[in-house]
Design a protein around this ligand. Sequence first.
Ligand SMILES: [Zn+2]
Length: 263
Amino acid sequence: MSNDARLIDTHAHVAAAQFDADRAGVLARAAEAGVARIIEVGYDLESSRAALALAEAHPQIYAVVGIQPNHVHEAPEGWAGELHAMAAHPKVVGIGEIGMDYHWMAAPPELQERFFRDQLAIARDLGLPVVIHSREAQADTLRILAAAARGQPGIMHSFSGRWGYAQACLEIGFMLSFSGPLTFPKAADLHEAARLAPLEMLLTETDSPYLSPHPQRGKRNEPARVRLVAERLAALRGLPLDVVADQVWRNAERIFHKILPGG
Ligand SMILES: [Zn+2]
């Protein structure tokens, strides 16, 4: 029964160079594992174009386009116009990944915040959900979202943090998307958040090629392994995999509303 679960990887970077040698095999393994949809996410204009090209080439892939905080300082003049134009494509289902990153601090916080707010506005303009990248920047991410994104549909990608932070994100109306670290035996904070949050607000992702789940931790990740994340989530909720997978599938269709049901 559980083998029939229909899974979705809501955040992957299959266009990454790490997959150049075997991309077709990676997509075939995902399909075999029941991963019937993949959301390919950009982090700058070039990777956003690549995400869209991948989505155009594969019916099961959709694209999210945006400029991630570690790349905002490299954005060319006119980036907003190009992003806007790309996002009008029928297979672009969201704006992301966007947000704040104080771990790498590749760009000054003020510049990160300006790009974050500008892209929240583009998403609002187009009626698209936002996919949020936040690393070691919980307070500022929450401050900006509360001020600029209340009522806007959004996802905390690769959610990491305690239950209190999860609650604050849920209060703003944002979904939590769990990735490989949910499967780590010692990730007690994540386990708690995954147990306590409403199931209608949860998603599963891989962030491939990063964040490979247990027991493949440290290896190159791929969308097929979203099954390990979904299995861990099901175990934490005390529910069968197919029940959790079905709800996550519906959650993804609800937030990524440009995905046509069955498409
Ligand atoms: Zn990512």
